[in-house]
Design a protein. Sequence first.
Lengths: 290, 404
Amino acid sequence: MELLVSTIVNGLSIGSIYAMIALGYTMVYGIAKMLNFAHGDVIMVGAYAIYVFLAYVNPLFAILLAVVFCLLLGVTIEKVAYRPLRGASPLAVLITAIGVSYLLQSLAQIVFGSASKMVMVYDFGAIKLFGVTLQVSTLVTLAVAVVVMIALTLFVKLTRTGRAMIAVSEDKGAAQLMGINVNKIITITFAIGSSLAALAGLFYLLKAPSVSSTLGAMPGIKAFTAAVIGGIGSIPGAMLGGLLLGFVECIATKITVIAPYTDAIEFSILIVILLVRPTGFLGKKRREKV
Amino acid sequence: MRNFKFLSLILAVVLCAVAFVSCGEANYAAENTEYVIGVSGPLTGPAAVYGVAVQNSAQMAVDEINAAGGLNGTMFKFVATDDMHDPTKVATNYASMYEGGMQVSLGTVTTAPGLEYKNLSKDDNVFFLTPSASGDDIPGGGNGFQMCFADGNQGKVAAAFVNENCKEEAVGVFYKSDDPYSKGIYDQFAANLDETIKTTVTTFTAANETDFSTQIDTLKNCTFIFMPTYYDPASIFMTQAKDILAADAVYYGCDGFDGIDSKEGFDINAIPQKVSMLSHFNSKAEEGMAAEFIAKYVEKYGKDTLNQFGASAYDCVYAIYYAMEKAIADGKEIPVTISASDLCDILKDMFANGYELEEGVTGENIKWESNGYVNKAAIQYVIKDAGLPEAEAEVEAEAEVVAE
């Protein structure tokens, strides 16, 4: 029972972070048709932003400022690095994204140094739940992630902008003909994705209060994997993929014999999914030239 | 056309000549006006705190030696190249230093690049004494020696400690399975542990170094946790686990723990558990050479990069310096233009046959086995006692580490 509760809570909480990050990947892919490999590093920037703002304001306000900072960063990256390449070959955009990723990491290293920084956002302490001692921050992470994901789903389904986003992802040309400002929609997508990344940065700080320039690298790749497993371009797919990956990671880490192979197992799942169902669980079938 | 043929002929001859010259046993140090010591280490990147410590400390030692008149009037020059803890960068670094006249070296700062360095330097017969590349396979080429304990030795000493003191404890282990340092220590620890002691083992990798909730959950009933990792992940673990593990539990680490109490933003007194470690350098030493070193280092470079890597590098430079001095006193000739290979022959013979550094920052009567492992005393000390707050470092016991 104890094992079950702790596995479920931890798996959900790791998974919900992956899901949040995967949402950024999948939305940008769905709408701008590009893989934004710098997305993971925005998480790191978000965490550093919280670290910096914490020195001046209270935690809640610092988080808010960090989200705004990342939002602006995401929009700027899109405007400076990706927009000039709209229409260029996907490979050029991909390489640019990787370049932006390295740029962010190197900048962070220049500004903050290479040693990791400890950041205590807020100490929630621990509680006992069904006989299991849990970090309260784990539960907070889970709760916030769920709320954000529900809000995002509603936003996309119910608002005008949200439906415009779906329209652009379905058919950019037709959407443009219908009077949708595609550039604006893409900018909004980057803004949302980057804000989610900032929140993911916050979650990492809540769980383990440490930030270094490579904080976002691996979660970024894992979340990308989650997005592909769920079906890249699909919002519920990203959530599903993220949660699945979180659970696999949590269970694999628990079993001593296979723990060292946790990452290998996660990426093997990706390979299997790609072989069996190349579009992921919830992805749409589509002929595509890469 | 004719001109062109003539020119190409000349070009061909020149190229051949160049090719032949570079085939010969060139002495790149022939033009040296100072003895050149080199090192390859992570001066940037995530492991930079170690590389920079080595760079600073070795430079400090070289400056001191030069200020005192060098070796019979000949000065030393120290060259550090950046490998970012990436083995693929080592070959270029090595070549630039070797061809730039390096005669003796500190090898690499970290283990993974060190394995590459070992092969390169063995081919050219270049002596190295590494301050901190602690992999069991780093020495063994005949030309390489360690100032730090080999990983396996740390594992053995830790196992002996656990066998002796933890019969009643629930022993947990937390290590990084894709890191040669961490795994090297763990493997020897596991091999030398009494069968009666049952351990709960949990691991992590470089990829999931950001959150240890699952690992902590696995170890939640343990009262003694062995952590052969660097302090960065350890400090994250401790912060995350402070309310979950028993308040009187003990963390026990190896030399990678060094500096954990001075990590920026990490308040070791905010965690209730006890933290102790096994090392060759006490970063809070209050007397002896270690204390002098700490004072000098902090004054010059600040506290941020003060760690056992630097202390060890400082000793390495002096060990090499005293060895050269002794060789000259014994009648050997070490001109400033001596080739790296000739100097290596002299030094490796001394180090493998009982040469001793009498007093260093990281120990006294430091000697080497013929296979390159160091032989000196390890100190176990408590970084922070259980309960709050009081962080008094005290030397608890001394354990002799004997290399095989």
